[in-house]
Design a protein around this ligand. Structure first.
Ligand code: NAI
Ligand code: MG
Length: 363
């Protein structure tokens, strides 16, 4: 029996391309793992009315962790019309499977390293090395949403003047949720000898929820006197990140701001082809590239698989395979620095599989 069981969830579009490429590198390093395919994505919404079928959730429960490609999410009007006729008008509601996985498995940490590898032609500035800790289960992504104000809500103080046809999305931030993500960021900083953790918020305007996040940040920071604690409003942070990137190290944020700054930081360190993501809980984890399913490139094996290969590196770390994780990252760094193999986004013509092959060769 293999040492590890890993759920293999390509999903939609380029999800399959990048997972196929990543497998080349994992196989070359000889990880003693069994990879088990799971159905997830738009196809299963259309055919079954469920983009994250129960059988896939059960498969995940029987494995150590999962590698995930990407999924396609389309607006409500399209979601309804693309269902098979027998499932239409049954009140089925599409919700992104990745968001649901994060909540179902309580994967409260979304860890997103953003590192400008030496020689990457897409770097904003060489030497940038942020790690984002994005809260992953609550905030505006809680899924508590109303297309119209529920009547019961109208009697709540402060709601009197809200138009009845207003759409409402509820931002939920709990003391526990805020505290554990902040602690994860500081623990990481301590373990990896990082100097500073910056809390990203908008507490001057969004006073209740972001105020709580900032309050928990200050409390937790006091337990780590050796690490500098700083905070910034999310809008101002975006300009400071571009102006003074070397002032930042570890960033911790509620879900929505974390999502937004992730793409900004990914772009500063090579773009979506380099952004990897670990959705991590206390007993399960799902590793994925930050990018989506990029439908226009689906099946062309054209996109950059490095984001997913770096996600697999994070998976190796999570499994405790630190030597293999280091080798993975060194191989990626070498290929980037040599600059001989480049995918289209880097100005080259290598396919996803050729890039993976080049990385595997370095192992
Ligand atoms: P996207 O990330 O799929 O692609 C945007 C653009 O970024 C692409 O057209 C391509 O030019 C570039 N790109 C993305 N990945 C790349 C790679 N590996 N190498 C080189 N270039 C790359 O975002 P978009 O177009 O906004 O969304 C497409 C679909 O993906 C939507 O249905 C969206 O809902 C979904 N999505 C899913 C996510 C997930 O599965 N976690 C995350 C983000 C979007
Ligand atoms: Mg995003």
């Amino acid at each position: 029996m293999a040492k590890y069981k890993i759920a293999w969830l390509p999903g939609d579009g380029i999800g399959k391309d990048v997972l196929d490429a990543t497998r080349i590198v994992l196989d070359r390093i000889g990880l003693d793992a069994q990879y088990i395919h799971g159905d997830v994505g738009w196809e299963f919404w259309c055919k079954e009315g469920e983009p994250l079928p129960k059988r896939t959730v059960e498969l995940m429960r029987s494995t150590d962790c999962a590698m995930f490609g990407a999924i396609t999410s389309k607006p409500k009007s399209i979601a309804d019309t693309e269902l098979v006729p027998s499932l239409r008008n049954k009140g089925l509601v599409y919700r992104s499977p990745i968001v649901r996985m994060r909540q179902k498995f309580d994967l409260y940490i979304c860890k997103r390293p953003c590192k400008a590898y030496k020689g990457n032609p897409l770097n904003f500035k060489e030497g940038i090395d942020f790690v984002i800790f994005r809260e992953n289960t609550e905030d505006l992504y809680s899924g508590i949403e109303y297309n119209q104000v529920p009547v019961e809500m109208l009697s709540i103080k402060g709601m009197e003047n809200v138009a009845r046809d207003a759409a409402i999305s509820v931002k939920v931030n709990t003391p526990k949720g805020c505290e554990r993500i902040v602690r994860a960021a500081f623990d990481f900083a301590q373990k990896h000898k990082r100097k500073k953790v910056t809390c990203v918020h908008k507490a001057n305007v969004v006073r209740a929820t972001d105020g709580l996040f900032l309050e928990k940040f200050d409390q937790v920071a006091a337990d780590y006197p050796g690490i500098e604690a700083d905070n910034a409003n999310v809008d101002s942070l975006c300009q400071w990140l571009l102006k003074k990137p070397f002032n930042y190290d570890i960033l911790v944020a509620p879900n929505l701001y974390g999502d937004i700054i992730s793409d900004l930081c990914a772009q500063m360190t090579g773009g979506l082809g380099f952004g990897s993501s670990g959705n991590i809980g206390d007993s399960y984890a799902v590793f994925e590239p930050t990018h989506g399913s990029a439908p226009k490139y689906a099946g062309m094996y054209k996109v950059n698989p490095i984001a997913t290969i770096l996600a697999a590196k994070m998976m190796l770390e999570w499994l405790g395979e630190h030597a293999a994780a280091d080798r993975f990252e060194k191989a990626v760094a070498q290929v980037i620095e040599e600059g001989k193999t480049k995918t289209y986004d880097m100005g080259g013509e290598a396919t996803s599989l050729e890039m993976a092959e080049a990385i595997a060769e370095k192992l």
